[in-house]
Design a protein around this ligand. Structure first.
Ligand code: PXP
Length: 252
């Protein structure tokens, strides 16, 4: 089945710029996030100049890449929209409510993960997620729930009146070179249709790259894609502005 292409927004996740910084100057970066290279906020500003529609930063509990000062400076300096990706801990929720970014994306968090691996279990943690969605909504912040393309999780997100979801594309991206690719893509398409029918705004992210993007954009009802690793990787070869422009070209 083919779906008509439409303009999809690009959110650039700059976490891995901070990962590179932390690899060398961890101690200094903790206190002086803007004085050691590469600065993820300066990087985010270049992404915006190249056409990014929004910037995502994930402040993890263990502060392995983005630091508190990065989020604060990004909130002050970026000109598009800050999407604050976060777990549901009291500390991080309080920071989001203080900063009031344009949106928050709620993700699961466990210290062992190299990056976010599975979707948020909205079904299993309904009460806590409901509290956070309500608090964000009352503060005027859009909540997005990062969930697997699973019928029950999508229903739960709608039930909690989260305005947005972000469909986890990781299983599809991992299956890209294997037998499960078409099936995983179909699961995402079905999930997007279900979510749209329930009135949710549908974003997607994780593991999207310059190759699989051509199939990803065939998922219906997509509002925004959040893409990080492949853009930061490409930037090493062509510079961040060119890397963002190349990805944007797929979305026009
Ligand atoms: N969306 C969410 C919720 C994520 O956790 C991540 C990974 O940090 C991304 C999007 C971006 O994934 P990638 O870096 O693989 O493009």
């Amino acid at each position: 089945m083919t779906y008509p292409a439409s303009k999809i927004l690009l959110g650039v996740n700059v976490d891995h710029c901070a990962t590179v910084r932390q690899a060398r100057f961890r101690e200094h970066a903790m206190d002086h996030g803007n004085e050691v290279e590469p600065d993820p906020v300066a990087f985010a500003l270049l992404c915006e100049q190249a056409g990014a529609d929004g910037i995502t930063m994930h402040l993890r509990e263990d502060r392995r890449h983005v630091q508190d000062s990065d989020i604060r400076r990004a909130h002050e300096q970026i000109n598009t929209r800050l999407n604050f990706e976060m777990g549901c801990s009291d500390e991080i929720v309080a920071l989001a409510l203080e900063l009031k970014p344009h949106s928050v994306c709620l993700v699961p968090e466990s210290r062992e993960e190299v990056t976010t691996e599975g979707g948020l279990d909205v079904v299993g943690q309904k009460a806590r997620v409901a509290d956070v969605v309500t608090a964000m909504t009352e503060a005027g912040i859009i909540t997005s729930l990062f969930i697997d393309p699973d019928v029950a999780q999508i229903e739960a997100a709608a039930e909690l009146q989260s305005p947005w979801i972000e469909l986890h594309t990781g299983a599809y991206a991992n299956a890209y070179y294997g037998d499960g690719r078409a099936a995983e893509l179909q699961v995402l398409r079905d999930g997007a249709i279900q979510a749209h029918r329930l009135g949710l705004v549908v974003n997607a992210g994780h593991g999207i790259n310059y190759l699989n993007i051509e199939e990803v954009i065939t998922i219906p009802h997509l509002h925004e894609l959040n893409i990080g690793h492949t853009i930061v990787s490409r930037a090493l070869f062509v510079g961040i502005e060119q890397a963002v422009r190349e990805m944007k070209a797929f979305l026009i």
